[in-house]
Ligand binder design. Structure first.
Ligand SMILES: Cc1cc2nc3c(=O)[nH]c(=O)nc-3n(C[C@H](O)[C@H](O)[C@H](O)COP(=O)(O)O)c2cc1C
Length: 205
């Protein structure tokens, strides 16, 4: 099981991007991962805009990212790229904030015209945070996202649902591989502690 943080970078209530992230979180939950949301629009605007990393809520969001095994980053496309809300938060993270964490980037947009914002906007931004593994990601046109209602969870139009599910499944596979390799590294480290000769005055290391 991995701890996955989902960053939502839409400023809107009833956000389509959040509905997409909710869809992703539900599926990751079915695969046994623990998911946690950070909705950036709930962070205080003043400290975000003035770059105050010591603000309590911002510090807590930074800690949540630091403690995550993996991160899903979701933003609507505004004026051909990710939102300013995402950028001001990313500016408050340390340079290695995504080091060693698989990242799945997702964008929503009004039309497919700005699909390249994924490769030319969002992915380079995430690379600056040391993300070693950035998934192919997905751009989903907002009319294909059906938000939660009182009786139904969020869903994706069947024309693109398979593609979105494939992205989630690839991400899950990567989390599984990473968890296994971490276990091996931890086991090897523990074994080396057990078998390492103990340095004494008679046995200097
Ligand atoms: C200020 C603003 C700028 C936008 N610019 C673009 C754009 O350049 N390209 C695009 O495809 N969609 C654009 N859109 C549409 C949104 O990306 C789309 O509706 C998105 O799914 C909204 O996500 P949200 O509901 O999570 O905020 C824009 C919407 C707004 C409000």
């Amino acid at each position: 099981m991995s701890r996955v943080v989902l960053l939502s970078a839409s400023p809107s209530e009833g956000s389509k991007t959040e509905a997409l992230l909710e869809f992703i979180a539900r599926r990751l939950g079915q695969y046994g991962h623990r998911t946690e949301f950070i909705k950036l629009r709930h962070l205080p605007a003043g400290p975000l805009l003035s770059g105050d990393a010591n603000d309590g809520l911002i510090a807590s969001a930074r800690d949540t990212v630091a403690a995550a095994d993996a991160v899903v980053v979701g933003s609507p496309v505004f004026k051909a790229t990710y939102t300013g809300l995402l950028k001001v938060f990313i500016d408050l993270l340390p340079m290695d904030a995504l080091h060693g964490k698989p990242v799945l980037p997702v964008l929503t947009g009004g039309s497919p015209a700005h699909v390249l914002a994924l490769d030319y906007g969002l992915k380079p931004l995430l690379a600056t945070l040391g993300a070693s593994s950035i998934g192919r990601g997905r751009f989903v046109v907002s009319s294909n996202i059906l938000p939660t209602t009182d009786t139904t969870p969020p869903s994706i139009d069947e024309s693109v649902e398979r593609d979105v599910v494939d992205a989630i499944d690839q991400f899950d596979s990567e989390l599984t591989v990473r968890a296994r390799s971490c276990t091996h590294v931890e086991a090897a480290a523990a074994e080396s502690l057990i078998t390492a000769p103990i340095a004494t005055d008679r046995n200097p290391s």
